[in-house]
Design a protein around this ligand. Structure first.
Ligand SMILES: CC(C)(COP(=O)(O)OP(=O)(O)OC[C@H]1O[C@@H](n2cnc3c(N)ncnc32)[C@H](O)[C@@H]1OP(=O)(O)O)[C@@H](O)C(=O)NCCC(=O)NCCS
Length: 169
């Protein structure tokens, strides 16, 4: 599993993935991203990454610093945090353990910055599969919260949890 920056030549694939029911249903009312605008951007507050298995793109994730992301999606959130969005592209790649590998790689990337205290996730409240997935990875429930018009739940994984998990694997 390798994470690399998303490129302009990934846009067609990402738009194709957006049409998939398992992706569309996880995105909420606002949908996911405006790829034509997001991919070429240079941002010091976050990164869009493509996950590759043996050189084949299988998923995408975004890591942001929620206190510095310009739309302030997370509102009044503390410093030294990261927030992650993650999804698998093709239905055939769901449930193969790739999401777990992607999330482990993403967490390692987040906590490589020594000041990062915790990572946040905000699945739709109705997204039972993703919630189970995050709980299994080690996230704990913080609160139910509405983002825009979407009822979501916030989960958090603190540095100490990450270090305990990393020590076990
Ligand atoms: C959530 C997601 C990234 C997990 O990745 P994955 O590679 O499917 O997960 P893994 O194979 O590592 O782990 C399997 C677990 O993922 C969860 N999962 C969530 N959605 C799933 C789906 N549509 N199909 C299979 N497993 C799913 C389940 O908890 C499953 O465990 P279970 O079989 O015991 O229920 C992936 O399923 C996905 O992209 N789902 C659609 C988009 C989404 O919901 N993203 C999260 C938005 S907050």
């Amino acid at each position: 599993m390798r994470l690399r920056p998303a490129r302009v030549d990934d846009i067609a694939m990402l738009k194709r993935w957006d049409e998939k029911p398992h992706v569309a249903s996880a995105g909420g009312d606002g949908g996911w991203y405006d790829w034509d605008r997001e991919i070429p951007r240079e941002a010091d507050w976050g990164e869009l990454l493509i996950a590759e298995e043996d050189g084949r793109p299988v998923g995408v994730l975004e890591i942001i610093d929620p206190a510095r992301e310009p739309t302030r999606y997370w509102g009044d959130v503390g410093e030294s945090l990261r927030a992650i969005d993650i999804w698998i592209g093709e239905e055939a790649d769901l449930g193969r353990g790739l999401g777990t590998q992607m999330m482990r790689a993403a967490l390692a990337r987040c906590f490589a910055a020594p000041d990062v205290k915790a990572v946040l996730i905000d699945p739709l409240e109705s997204n039972a599969g993703a919630r189970r997935f995050y709980e299994r990875v080690g996230f704990h429930f913080v609160e139910a919260r509405v983002f825009g018009t979407d009822p979501c739940v916030v989960y958090r994984l603190d540095r100490a949890d990450f270090e305990a998990l990393a020590g076990r694997s």
